[in-house]
Ligand binder design. Structure first.
Ligand SMILES: [Zn+2]
Length: 465
């Protein structure tokens, strides 16, 4: 017999350990995993000696900009970044226009993705409209998302209509989402406290990027801690499966650890900027708003890193958030006028692999945090999330020895810049396979529009529209 593709002699990160194997695909699935050299021939053979095979990355938190903000990014640009970065499934956040707060809007958004997405996708629907929650859940989504933040001084990225923060409103949405059985992702933020903190800065005339960074990190990150404390208590009250976004303080890691020890249905993500960007004040001085997602003081970043290594912080998702230069420039003078967020979809695997090369992380933990655990938390496993027979042939082959200095010229995002420019990384994706199709081929992009498919839960009842 002849397989469609045989990957020969890769050092594969499998669920039961790391082994040198051949990986064979037939159609969209992994057909066999054998000892190196033992697989029958393939119509296509990929020589993978010296390469590491990881499960294709599943990014549960990416700010794709369509519909509504395609000047920042479009589905073609995000698809190319995913292929180049080893990401085979990228899940969109709901701050687009019109936002997926209603079944109608979600249907339109999913239709757009069905036509144009290059990689597998889904949408984290907004959980603000109580009556819409059951209908949204029937569209095969993986999770709901609520922002507790409502921006002051700008209408993006946290525009009115997709944020809510009153405890009673959160409590009602948690109960409604609990009834659907889906997880609820929340961006924690204590808006009432933030209003008071911001006023302190503004009353002193402090509005630049430094003031913005300090305000969000004020009092050792108090706005994050009080928000998470409330959310964890409301999770206990409602039983909803709560997934906390943007983990970035020591106390949040401690609260998370305690909640998990008590057996509660809680999980959390960390974003690349917490480890490699916003944790160094020098980056903020150098890049201003271009470095801001958030400022994370080093003692917090270290505590989150320890929690990430031991699995308390379950997954890494990008929080990829491209903005044009002209949307960042105003931040030098007025941090509240700049659009917040940083792009990272293309490079986060290399940032992780650089830490593997430095002995700070294991390949196993990288595979778990970027693919296996997201797949398990959001219902995609065992179809996705691991290199195993019968699973979708979603595989990234990386060259762990390859070094590169990231530059703006490498950026495939429409925004044309990366806050990681100038950084030396070690470990680059060379091949990316999505459902048996090679979408990054020896470093060359081979993605095509419309190949992506909605990645649904194994147990989903999906309404087809
Ligand atoms: Zn985000």
């Amino acid at each position: 017999m002849t397989h469609d593709i045989v990957i020969r002699g890769a050092k594969a990160v499998l669920e039961d350990g790391i082994r040198i194997v051949d990986i064979a695909t037939d159609g969209e699935r992994i057909a066999a995993i054998t000892d190196a050299g033992a697989a029958p021939s393939g119509h296509r053979e990929i020589k993978a000696d010296g390469l590491v095979a990881l499960p294709g990355l599943i990014d549960m938190h990416s700010h794709h900009r369509e519909p509504g903000f395609s000047h920042k990014e479009d589905l073609g640009a995000i698809g190319r970044q995913c292929a180049a970065g080893g990401v085979t499934t990228s899940v969109a956040m709901p701050n687009v226009s019109p936002p997926p707060t209603t079944a109608k809007n979600l249907d339109d958004m999913l239709e757009l993705y069905r036509e144009r997405s290059m990689v597998d996708y889904n949408v984290n629907a907004s959980g603000v409209e109580l009556d819409e929650i059951p209908k949204l859940a029937e569209r095969g989504i993986l999770a709901f998302k609520i922002f507790m933040v409502v921006d002051t001084g700008r209408s993006y990225p946290h525009m009115p209509g997709i944020g809510l923060h009153k405890h009673g409103e959160l409590y009602e949405r948690m109960k409604a989402v609990k009834a659907t059985g889906l997880p609820l992702m929340i961006h924690p933020h204590d808006q009432a406290l933030m209003d008071a903190i911001e006023r302190e800065y503004w009353d002193r005339g402090e509005r630049d990027f430094r003031a913005y960074a300090r305000a969000y990190a004020h009092d050792d990150g108090v706005i994050w801690d009080t928000a998470v404390a409330v959310l964890l208590r409301l999770q206990e009250a409602t039983g909803v499966r709560l997934h906390l976004l943007h983990t970035q303080t020591r106390r949040v890691v401690e609260m998370l650890r305690a909640a998990k020890a008590a057996g509660r249905a809680v999980s959390a993500e960390v974003n690349p900027w917490c480890f490699w960007l916003g944790n160094d004040w020098a980056n903020i001085e150098r890049l201003g708003s271009y470095a801001l997602s958030y400022y994370v003081a080093p003692h917090h970043s270290e505590a989150v890193y320890a929690g990430f290594r031991d699995g308390t912080v379950d997954i890494m998702a990008t929080d990829h958030a491209p903005h044009l230069r002209e949307e960042k420039e105003p931040g030098w003078k007025d941090g509240w006028k700049a659009h917040t967020g940083t792009p990272s979809e293309q490079f986060y695997l290399s940032l992780l692999l650089t830490d593997v090369a430095a002995g700070k992380l294991s390949y196993e933990r990288v595979a778990e945090a970027t693919a296996t655990t997201p797949a398990k938390l959001f219902g995609l496993y065992p179809r996705k999330g691991a290199i195993r027979v019968g699973a979708d042939a979603d595989v990234v082959l990386v060259d762990p020895a390859k070094r590169r200095t990231i530059t703006d010229a490498d950026v495939l995002s429409k925004c044309g810049w990366t806050p990681y420019a100038g950084r030396d990384v070690r470990g680059l994706p060379v091949y990316t396979l999505l459902r048996g199709e090679v979408i990054l081929d020896d470093g060359a992009l081979a993605v095509r529009e419309g190949y992506g498919r909605q990645a649904v839960r194994a147990d989903a009842r999906v309404l087809t529209t």
